[in-house]
Design a protein around this ligand. Sequence first.
Ligand SMILES: NC(=O)c1ccc[n+]([C@@H]2O[C@H](COP(=O)([O-])OP(=O)(O)OC[C@H]3O[C@@H](n4cnc5c(N)ncnc54)[C@H](O)[C@@H]3O)[C@@H](O)[C@H]2O)c1
Length: 362
Amino acid sequence: MSEGQVRIGVIGAGGIGGVHASAITESGNVVAGTCDIHRDRAEALAGTCPGAVVFDDVDALLADDSIPAVVVALPNCLHSPMAIKALEAGKDVLLEKPMATSIEECDAVLAAMENAPGLVQLGFVCRHAATTLSAMEAIESGRLGRIYRADATMYRRRGIPGLGGWFTTRSKSGGGVLIDLGPHLVDLLLHLCGRPRVISADCSVSSHFGHPPSGYRFTDMWAGPPVMDGPFDVEDGATALLRCEGDLDMTLNMCWASHLPEKVLPDGVTLFGENGAMHFDIWGDSVIVGTELDDASVDIKRPIKDGEGWNTAFRRQHETFGHNVSTRTAPTSTAIEGREVQCVLDALYRSNEARASVDVSG
Ligand SMILES: NC(=O)c1ccc[n+]([C@@H]2O[C@H](COP(=O)([O-])OP(=O)(O)OC[C@H]3O[C@@H](n4cnc5c(N)ncnc54)[C@H](O)[C@@H]3O)[C@@H](O)[C@H]2O)c1
């Protein structure tokens, strides 16, 4: 072990557990242990991480004093209870998004944090994308001026994850695409816009592709294979408007599935400011800014270096987590911000139910 290296346990050895494990290693930290109710998954993951121990159950991992920190990469309904358990065991926690499936569950984590020394960092990985970092630099330099509108999209063609499993079972996931991709988009727009208070939310969700599951044609599936006779009681599309303090409007559009050809519309963020406007594909190779200079309209391209993408964002997330754990630095992706995002998601679901705009509760 080198100085500053942090030994991290990965709880949940599914799709994103694997991405975290690679990122932990690439960030210079160490995957010390893995755990999954499917032991074969924990074993397969540990096999990719030299020295990682496979734990029979979470309690055994949490009881190991040589592991100060864990990643919680479990189904959404287990985020809050597992984060609390880990905090009670004295661990620092990198908690995947969404923070929980309800505001009450977020409050339970915050209450546990009051009685535990551990840090909680939220897995808002899009903040660590090279594009976001470049965009943030331009925003902080004043290039856009006051931002009055922010739009974000994530469209998938055949992207229903784990069809018929926990992802598409509301009691386990808390919802569909809105609680799956929504946390990324809500957090990213709030982050880029200086975390304004969201006042009201208006949302409509749809479900066109998961019913019946047997009718869904796809080529590959995240968190598959599908359970064709399993539940699908969640939405696969959502469109939303958020009204924020400071005369700022945000729109969010997302779907797990559609007939839209891939990449026609990127995982895109568009910001409109009084002095400039900006667009970028979160996983793209540049950030484009339009502004005026010497009475002329000019476009500024901020290139992103080759090799940047999802994996480098996860690596950066773990560099930050490792640094926070070893130096006892409070994370910048906080549990309070996780709760803020949850409050927006809660309002979006309430708005859809009410077929009307609703207030976002604090
Ligand atoms: N940051 C991102 O971009 C991103 C991407 C994908 C998923 N996620 C999030 O990560 C979480 C996990 O998603 P996933 O795609 O890896 O799902 P997954 O189904 O592939 O993996 C979840 C794993 O947890 C295991 N598990 C379930 N209950 C358990 C328990 N009680 N103890 C130990 N292991 C248990 C399952 O066996 C499975 O292997 C979700 O909350 C999801 O929203 C985040």
